[in-house]
Each structure stands twice: as structure tokens, then as C-alpha cells.
Design a protein around this ligand. Structure first.
Ligand code: NOJ
Length: 543
């Protein structure tokens, strides 16, 4: 496979609302990000994926865009954005922008026009259907944010499709004019020198609503090939598609370099392992660790040489992993955060760090729905209340799976509002910010931040981490995840104790030469009888 810069890169996701406020309005902004670039450079990351900063009425915090080529005033100006690209570049950091083109905001001029009537030139930019014979919904498609995916438009007597909120009407990708406008907009950003695109729910652009097909529609890959040819194919950039339902077969369609589509996709199979099959994400079940390992191994092996993996635990839609599958108590938060980091960063693929993960930020449970901002959680709450569900049970699901968990402001220091803002934060901080923050973590020799720094350094210094072959050992072990990476005659062994109790690893056939990295002092060297402490994670060089 031809080597590209993004194969050996580490990406850091910034959720701009919650990263750093520079003007005291309680909302993070572009100048705030610029102020923190030195911090990110010190961490060692190569790329920032910036969640949307475009003009938006914020029904879904920027994922409802009313102008793709304007910066939302609450984040700053186009000049600030250009400065951010430039200041990042000076530090060898590339800016990857969020591309949200499955839908626009209903306040986008295209939709405002389209709504004017059936004859409007922009009508066909969106997906309209007549009511069913009984006057009801065109079909039973549901919105990801609860309720039907169709909204009635009084003016024209038709329904429009919205797979997300009703303020996020779906674009009609069948219309070549829509695609043309999107290519122009993408080229506008590429010409500004960005480092690529993260493509929001890109697997839905080929939908066929009349056949109830939302993801992986028949024309999806034609559109992506056209996009590649007309836009970023002419630039040396990273492209990553958000594809919730991808299997390895599907992921290869996107990321096989010969097909000239995307660099890689986010697949979410591991993330869904604590959900009941075929139920909404709110209906959880305990994680099956053996299944988790099988999923990672499947993706590591099946994409090998034929595609590329994105590696992640967290993002702005997923609660904090250290709280959900690790242990966020005072005793084990630090070691378990480092365990997750080691587990992921030694795998083959491009790792993504979500803001705050590098200091072990945790979930923020709430006790009432008034404390919640996220539209997905709020809609689900009201829907289930109307169905007669127990409010406490609904809140428990929100505390476990709700998106506000990862959207609380970044915890920089122990001062008021954690140094995030001098004003009133748009969303309350996690109450533990005085203990868990960048300044406090940084002071410690064994900080989580430094552990991430070392992992990033290892990837930069050892081709084995980027290109080495992956092999899992002990797939049936209920507590340990053990894998090897081998490259040019060298082998590293990664031994992970996933749980908060001790474990023993016995491998008389292998010999450790040295310890490359551990989340504890004095980790054992005798692989024939290796005692592992709670959440201990060690990387060995084998002799
Ligand atoms: C996925 C984004 O990550 C999420 O935050 C958003 O709500 C939906 N797509 C809709 O754009």
C-alpha cells in the first residue's frame, strides 16, 4: 500500500463549543483553539478534526448548517478560521473540517427557497413526498432523534424527509445540482489549505426513502467516487467517513485505495457492544469482553492491506469510555484511562483522541432532564415519558449513553469554570473539575497526558506501530487482551488487563527483552508467570 502521511498520524477532535472560550460569552471559539495550539503540539498530535463551526441555528449544536461557507459568529470570523489553519500549520498540525452534507438546517437559504412551493427552483434540493392515501405519513421511516422522519409542510401539502431533527431536512443527492453545489463548497475549503474532511453520516447520502433504505444505498459509492474526483482527489488530504453500520466488507469499499473514495471510515461495531441487539442505543446490556476482542481482531485482520482502520473510543456522540467500561473512581481512573489508551494506540490504524480523553475526563450524571442540552436525549426523554416509562429509568439511560457526557467544557485548571471561560459556561462543567484538569494532570510525573504523549511518540518513532502485522493471542481469555505486532523481525507484545482485579498471564513460549511502556511502576518481566495488577497494560519488546 502506498504510504500516506495520515497512516502514521494521530488525530485530536475538538468540539469547539466546549474547548476554550476566549471572549467570555461562555462558548468556546476559534481564538480559544488558537490559544491552545501549543498544548496540542506538545501532546504531539498531527491533525485536528474540528466539529462544525459554520453558521447554524444550533438545533443540533452545529450539525444543522445554514451557511457552509460562513463561520458562526459565536465561534468567530472567517479571518479567525484562516488564522487557525495557518497557526496550526506552523506547528505541523493539519485542520480537518466536519462535512455535514446529508442534511442542511431548515434555515439554509436552499430550504427556505424550497419551502416556497412545488415550483421553486430549489424544491428538488430536498426530498418531498405526498401524504399517503389516508392523508398520513408517506411511510414508516423514523428519525434518529425520535418520532417520524417525515414533517408535514402546510404550505405545499407535502412532507419532507429528515433522518435527524425536523430542523435538519435531508438533501436530495440524486439531484446533480445539489452535488455540484457541494463540490464547490468543498473546493472552497480545500483552497483554504485544510487537511481534509470528516464526513458526517456519509453512509446515508445514497438513501432510497421509498424502499426504506437509509444507509448503504445503491448509489453511495458512485457519489463518493464522484466527490473524490471533483474535490479532494486533487489534494493530499485525510478523509474519514462516519459510517455507523459498516462491516469490514463495506469499509473496504470506502477505504481500499484502488477505489479512490476515502482514506478511512469510523465504524462503530465495538461501541454498540453494550447495547441490546436491534434496540435503540438507550437499551443497554453488560459488555461482553470476548466479543469486544473478537470485533477488534476482525477489523484488524480483515482490513489489513485492503483498507485502513480509524481507532477511537470517544467522540462528541459517545460517553466517556473510562466511565462506561473502565473505572472512574479516584482509585482506578488514571490507570484505567491509560489502559484504554494503550489498548488502542498500539493497534494498526489512525488513532483519534477526543478532547479531554488525554487527561481522563469522565461522564457527568444528571438528576433531572432540565440539566440536559442534547436534542437526542431530550427527544427520547419526552417520547418515553409519553409512553409511560419511569423517569428515573430514562435518566439512568441518559447518564449512561447521553451525548452531554462528552460535551461538558474542557477542564483546563482548578480555577472557576476550569479556565474554560470567564463567563457562564453554555453547559455546566463536571463538578470534579478541581481534581481532574490539565494543570493538575500535567504536574504529575505519571500523568495520563504524558502516557498519551509517549504513545504518540512510539507511533512516530517505530514503523512497527504503524505497519506491523497484528496477531491476537488468547482470544478466549475472559480478562486479558493480548496481541503481538511484528515488523522486520521485531515483535512487541501488548498485554492488557481489562478489569479491576488482578490476573495472571502464563506464556512460557515468549521472552520479554524489555518494557517499552507500562501504566504501572515495576511491571513484571517473566512472561511465563506474569502477575497483572488492576487495569495493568504493558508493552514488551520480545527477544
Ligand atoms: C453525527 C454527528 O456526529 C452527530 O453529532 C449529529 O447529531 C448527527 N450526525 C447528525 O448530523
Amino acid at each position: 500500500m502506498e504510504k500516506k502521511w495520515w497512516h502514521s498520524s494521530v488525530v485530536y477532535q475538538v468540539y469547539p463549543r466546549s474547548f476554550q472560550d476566549s471572549n467570555g460569552d461562555g462558548i468556546g471559539d476559534l481564538r480559544g483553539i488558537i490559544q491552545r495550539l501549543d498544548y496540542l503540539a506538545e501532546l504531539g498530535i498531527d491533525v485536528i478534526w474540528l466539529s462544525p463551526v459554520y453558521q447554524s441555528p444550533n438545533d443540533d449544536n452545529g450539525y444543522d448548517i445554514s451557511d457552509y461557507q460562513a463561520i458562526s459568529p459565536e465561534f468567530g470570523t472567517m479571518e479567525d478560521m484562516e488564522r487557525l489553519i495557518e497557526e496550526a500549520r506552523k506547528r505541523n498540525i493539519r485542520m480537518v473540517m466536519d462535512l455535514v452534507v446529508n442534511h442542511t438546517s431548515d434555515e439554509h437559504p436552499w430550504f427556505i427557497e424550497a419551502q416556497k412551493g412545488r415550483d421553486n427552483a430549489f424544491r428538488d434540493f430536498y426530498i418531498w413526498r405526498d401524504p399517503a392515501e389516508d392523508g398520513g405519513l408517506p411511510n414508516e421511516l423514523l428519525s434518529v432523534f425520535s418520532g417520524p422522519a417525515w414533517e408535514f409542510d402546510e404550505n405545499s401539502g407535502q412532507y419532507y424527509l429528515h433522518l435527524y431533527s425536523k430542523k435538519q431536512p435531508d438533501l436530495n443527492w440524486e439531484n446533480p445540482e445539489v452535488r455540484e453545489q457541494i463540490w464547490n463548497m468543498m473546493n472552497f475549503w480545500l483552497e483554504k489549505g485544510i487537511g481534509g474532511f470528516r464526513m458526517d453520516v456519509i453512509d446515508t447520502i445514497g438513501k432510497v426513502p421509498d424502499e426504506l433504505i437509509t444507509t448503504n444505498g445503491p448509489k453511495l459509492h458512485d457519489y463518493l467516487q464522484e466527490m473524490n474526483q471533483r474535490t479532494f482527489g486533487n489534494y493530499d488530504v485525510l478523509t474519514v467517513g462516519e459510517t455507523w453500520g459498516a462491516t469490514p466488507e463495506i469499509a473496504k469499499l470506502y477505504s481500499d485505495p484502488d477505489r479512490e473514495e476515502l482514506s478511512m471510515v469510523f465504524q462503530f461495531e465495538h461501541i454498540g457492544l453494550d447495547q441490546q441487539p436491534d434496540k435503540p442505543k438507550w437499551d443497554t446490556k453488560p459488555l461482553d469482553f470476548i466479543e469486544l476482542k473478537a470485533v477488534f481482531t476482525k477489523w484488524q485482520t480483515e482490513l489489513d492491506g485492503k483498507g485502513w482502520n480509524s481507532l477511537f473510543w470517544n467522540n462528541h456522540d459517545i460517553p466517556r469510555i473510562v466511565s462506561n467500561w473502565g473505572d472512574d473512581s479516584e482509585e482506578y481512573r488514571v490507570v484505567s484511562a491509560k489502559m484504554f489508551a494503550t489498548f488502542l494506540h498500539l493497534l494498526k490504524g489512525t488513532p483519534y483522541i477526543y478532547q479531554g480523553e488525554e487527561i481522563g475526563m469522565i461522564n457527568t450524571p444528571v438528576s433531572s432532564i432540565e440539566e440536559i442540552d442534547d436534542i437526542e436525549s431530550k427527544n427520547m426523554y419526552h417520547e418515553r415519558i409519553a409512553q409511560g416509562c419511569d423517569p428515573q429509568a430514562i435518566l439512568a439511560s441518559i447518564n449512561k449513553k447521553g451525548r452531554d457526557n462528552s460535551r461538558r467544557p474542557m477542564q483546563w485548571d482548578a480555577t472557576v469554570h476550569a479556565g474554560f471561560t470567564s463567563g457562564t459556561p453554555w453547559l455546566a462543567l463536571n463538578p470534579l473539575y478541581r481534581e481532574i484538569n490539565v494543570a493538575a494532570d500535567y504536574l504529575k510525573e505519571d500523568s495520563i497526558f504524558k502516557h498519551y504523549q509517549k504513545l504518540i511518540q512510539l507511533r512516530k518513532e517505530h514503523e512497527l506501530v504503524v505497519w506491523g502485522e497484528y496477531r491476537e493471542l488468547l482470544p478466549e481469555d475472559p480478562q486479558l487482551y493480548v496481541y503481538e505486532r511484528s515488523y522486520n523481525g521485531e515483535t512487541w507484545l501488548v498485554v492488557i488487563n481489562f478489569y479491576g482485579t488482578t490476573a495472571v498471564y502464563k506464556d512460557p513460549s515468549r521472552q520479554a527483552d524489555s518494557i517499552i511502556l507500562s501504566n504501572y511502576m515495576n511491571s513484571g518481566m517473566e512472561l511465563s508467570n506474569l502477575m497483572l495488577r488492576p487495569y495493568e497494560a504493558v508493552v514488551y519488546q520480545l527477544s
